[in-house]
Design a protein around this ligand. Structure first.
Ligand code: MN
Length: 293
């Protein structure tokens, strides 16, 4: 330790834009609107939230992926995932599905409700070149497997991936051991409370505010982050997020950058143009989903 305890300031704000994906699901996209709004290793973050079934009922019928991971965190609602390997995952409120597409998956993600609120997130995390062609795999995480941590200054954190250190105690989430070492936390703070966590700059990090408002950074340089915006953190050793007058709820995401070239074509994310062309050929021929022998 050098003894440095610099607070990471809010460096860049990526406002979400209205978008539509799947068979017409309305959503808000922050990261991933363009190649210039990624934060290595994070490729995309979508928030979907609606009480109107017309906005979500069409769902995401069968579609392929190759070369990265998709993480679905359902806050409200009921979604069924099915894939070509015969996996079936029934996602209920508070559950997470962590899917590593690897060399290829064809799956559907379909709402199982016709009324009420559907709300949640889909995050895309890149895989390193040497893992892009590994066999597909996924894990459904029940809400009961996600630690809910009472924060010393008020509020709580749900820890989906990585570890938090609070009052010298380390707490681990259910997802561990990935090359990008992701931290995925859902934090809820009452008005005026602060969330402080050591998070050195070797991991890229951003905050996505989805309820209330938050201010990020040191007291002298704190900037506010509006709801439905992603705030990218600058270099430093720790993060400090403070809730505004209505409190705040936000995702905190961090991961080790891969520093590899990215070539994306829709649901395929590889390192070269040739690998993308191969992915398209493999999808068309059925090779994408053949189990590697
Ligand atoms: Mn998908």
């Amino acid at each position: 330790m050098s003894g440095g305890r610099a607070i990471r300031e809010l460096q860049r704000i990526i406002e979400s834009l209205a978008a539509s994906d799947g068979a017409g699901v309305r959503l808000r996209r922050s990261l991933g609107q363009s190649p210039y709004t990624r934060l290595d290793p994070f490729l995309m973050l979508d928030e979907f939230s609606s009480f109107d079934a017309n906005d979500y009922i069409a769902g995401f019928p069968a579609h392929p992926h190759r070369g990265f991971e998709t993480v679905t965190y359902l806050l409200d609602g009921h979604m069924l995932h099915e894939d070509h390997l015969g996996n079936r995952g029934d996602l209920k409120s508070g559950a997470v599905q962590w899917m590593s597409a690897g060399r290829g998956i064809i799956h559907s993600e379909m709402p199982q409700q016709e009324q009420g609120r559907m709300r949640g997130f889909q995050l895309w995390i890149n895989l390193p070149a040497r893992e892009k062609m590994k066999p597909a795999g996924y894990r459904d995480i029940d809400p009961g497997e996600i630690p809910v941590i009472e924060l010393p200054g008020g509020g709580r954190a749900k820890l989906i991936a990585g570890a938090l250190v609070l009052q010298e105690r380390s707490i681990a989430g259910p997802i561990q051991g990935l090359t990008t070492d992701p931290l995925y936390v859902d934090v809820e703070l009452p008005a005026g409370a602060a969330f402080v966590q050591a998070l050195p700059s070797e991991r890229n990090a951003f905050v996505y505010a989805f309820e209330g408002s938050a201010s990020i950074g040191s007291a002298a340089a704190a900037r506010s982050l509006a709801t439905h915006s992603a705030g990218v953190l600058g270099p430093g050793d720790l993060i400090e997020v403070r809730a505004g007058a209505e409190g705040a709820r936000f995702l905190l995401l961090a991961g080790k950058p891969l520093n590899e070239p990215i070539v994306q074509h829709g649901p395929f994310v590889m390192n070269t143009r040739e690998e993308i062309e191969q992915a398209i050929r493999d999808y068309q021929s059925g090779e994408l989903t053949k189990v590697a022998g």
